[in-house]
Design a protein around this ligand. Structure first.
Ligand code: FES
Ligand code: FE2
Length: 434
């Protein structure tokens, strides 16, 4: 449970708020690279309660500037890309990628004042299959070169979807290891026709032990999150997921070892009542079957970039499917739709003063502590955790994201120390009560 003040601190991200300053201290994804091809249309972007437009000028340079024209506020995302900038349709004012007004054609030559007019503008960079922005003050840090970003494009595909609730609910769902055995539970019969029956075998990993032993430990980039399940065959099935400052996660694949890859995710506020969920589907070796993922997303995500299953249609819940135990939710097989239901139905901003946390919420508790500590550190010292400025340090030797079998008697942190070939972990470790 949080106090109202704490809940406000971690959920409010508009300009001038402490949470907004924290999130603006890091690069944030704003669009997939596929959405902004050479010659593509300008794209309205809402992020951290600011309305912006992303565009490529006629030299293909990316710009991110205020959405509303500095003249009389018309929406620039409808504008013309020409003459070195983005031209407003109303009176033809032209803005370059730095937000500088460079033409006011309606003004007589002796009355032009372009040099005095500037739109808000933020730095942008394409990396890892998405376009990122830095909205903070001062020198921009580096975008963290995690494996799933710094990999051949063939090994990764990125998608985004808008979810109708505060960003922290999305982040918490992605770091919560306990819900997988419930919210995403499906019968083996339901999954028997998927992946040649492999999906059904994978379902057992979560259905057989519904009380995972959880642990969390701080790392250089955020936290490592461990969930250990005892299988009926005696195996110790361990998932190691991660939290990445300030709004990223990496859930491991829901599959039997050896895993082929994992996901990266970012939960970026649009405003305090909605957020964009970016996902990076990453495969270690060989080419990812991108068409397979495109087809799944096309079937599940509507043209408005929201899930087809949504509150307005009660997530298309099928009570017969639920009664038959085909799925736990009656909401089909697409896991992201289950998550969307769980987080959106908690309210636009979950009232965390009214919740009742249990021992399996230890990850959620630690995650909130990490966020609140980061805000405190920022306010007291001006520094935020996990920022990188030296390219030679832009590596993550303590990063592990996997699903594997641990040795008998080995918990998640001990498994990671063994894999990393290290002694005891440096950060505090919490292990949930069994
Ligand atoms: S409102 Fe954009 S040029 Fe007038
Ligand atoms: Fe989930």
């Amino acid at each position: 449970m949080l106090s109202q003040q704490q809940n406000d601190l971690v959920t409010q991200t508009g300009p001038g708020t402490p949470g907004g300053r924290l999130l603006r201290s890091y690069w944030q994804p704003i669009a997939t690279a596929e959405e902004m091809p050479i010659g593509g249309a300008p794209m309205p972007i809402k992020i951290l309660s600011e309305e912006l437009v992303l565009f490529r000028d006629d030299s293909d340079r990316l710009g991110l500037i205020g959405l509303h024209c500095a003249h009389r506020a018309t929406d620039l995302s409808y504008g013309r890309v020409e003459n070195g900038g983005l031209r407003c349709l109303y009176h033809g004012w032209l803005f370059d990628i730095n937000g500088q007004c460079i033409d006011q054609p309606a003004e007589p030559d002796d009355k032009k004042f372009c040099h005095k007019v500037r739109q808000t503008a933020y730095r942008v960079q394409e990396y890892g299959g998405v376009i990122w922005t830095y909205m903070g003050e001062g020198e921009a840090p580096l975008i963290p070169a995690f494996q799933f970003l710094d990999c051949p494009p063939d090994n990764r595909i990125t998608f985004r979807v808008v979810q109708e609730c505060n960003w922290l609910q999305g982040l918490e769902s992605s770091t919560d290891p306990a819900h997988t055995s419930y919210l995403h539970r499906m019968s083996e019969a339901t999954l028997s026709d998927t992946q040649g029956g492999q999906a059904a075998r994978n379902a057992r990993l979560f259905n057989e032990d519904i009380h995972p032993r959880l642990a969390i430990e701080r790392t250089s980039y955020g936290c490592r999150i461990h969930a250990l399940r005892k299988m009926s065959g005696g195996e110790n099935y361990l998932r190691v997921n991660n939290y990445i400052y300030p709004c990223g996660t990496t859930p491991s694949s829901i599959e039997a070892p050896p895993t082929s890859g994992y996901q990266g995710r970012w939960y970026v506020p649009r405003d305090d009542y909605s957020h964009t969920r970016f996902e990076f589907i990453y495969q270690h070796n060989g080419k990812l079957d991108k068409d397979k993922y495109r087809q799944i997303r096309a079937a599940q995500i509507a043209p408005d970039k929201r899930h087809k299953r949504r509150a307005e249609n009660r997530y298309l819940q099928d009570r017969e499917e639920l009664k038959r135990d085909d799925t736990f939710t009656g909401m089909g097989r697409y896991l992201a739709a289950h998550d969307a239901f769980a987080i959106e139905s908690a309210g636009a901003i979950q009232d965390r003063t009214q919740e009742h946390l249990g021992s399996t919420d230890i990850v959620i508790i630690e995650l909130r502590k990490a966020l609140l500590a980061a805000i405190k550190q920022m306010e007291e010292t001006g520094e935020v955790p996990g920022l990188l400025r030296d390219p030679s340090q832009n590596t993550f030797p303590d990063f592990i994201c996997t699903a594997d079998y641990a040795l008998d008697g080995e918990d998640g942190p001990a498994y990671c120390r063994r894999i990393l070939g290290r002694g005891p972990s440096s950060g505090p470790t919490k292990v949930a009560a069994e």
